[in-house]
Design a protein. Structure first.
Length: 136
């Protein structure tokens, strides 16, 4: 009998190893984006490079996306089910100036940009900064 996490990984063509399932669960239960360091803190005895490799596999298979919120640490968050990280799948991120947490605003797509002739859009890093509901 397969559980939900196995299915979630297999849907994205990721073989559900024990380590991958643990990293997935960490990302799933924290409803905000996490840095490599923050993910590492959730484990007792796991090598940082192992976690990094796991995240890389996840990212290559569109299970997670990375966010550069300007704080200097890349953060990671789960993608929506059908996400392929194409321009149409990109959403806005929100960095709270108080708690430093980065939230995915999944219902807010990155605004369409009218680029000058000759420029083609591939990706965007759209980070809004302010105060989150928890810190209000
Ligand atoms: Zn906050
Ligand atoms: Zn996001």
């Amino acid at each position: 009998m397969k559980n939900d996490v196995d299915n979630k990984l297999e849907q994205k063509n990721i073989k559900p190893t024990a380590m991958r399932k643990l990293v997935y669960e960490v990302l799933d239960k924290n409803k905000k984006a996490l840095s490599l360091y923050e993910i590492e803190q959730q484990f007792d005895n796991v090598d940082r490079s192992t976690i990094f490799r796991t995240l890389k596999t996840f990212q290559d298979n569109y299970l997670i996306h990375s966010i550069d919120d300007g704080t200097g640490a890349v953060k990671y968050a789960l993608c929506d089910e059908g996400c392929t990280c194409a321009p149409d799948d990109l959403h806005v991120h929100f960095l709270c100036n108080k708690c430093g947490q980065t939230h995915c605003l999944r219902d807010m797509p990155v605004p369409k940009m009218d680029l000058p002739d000759g420029f083609s859009f591939e990706s965007a890093n759209f980070v809004v900064k302010g105060i989150c509901p928890d810190c209000k």
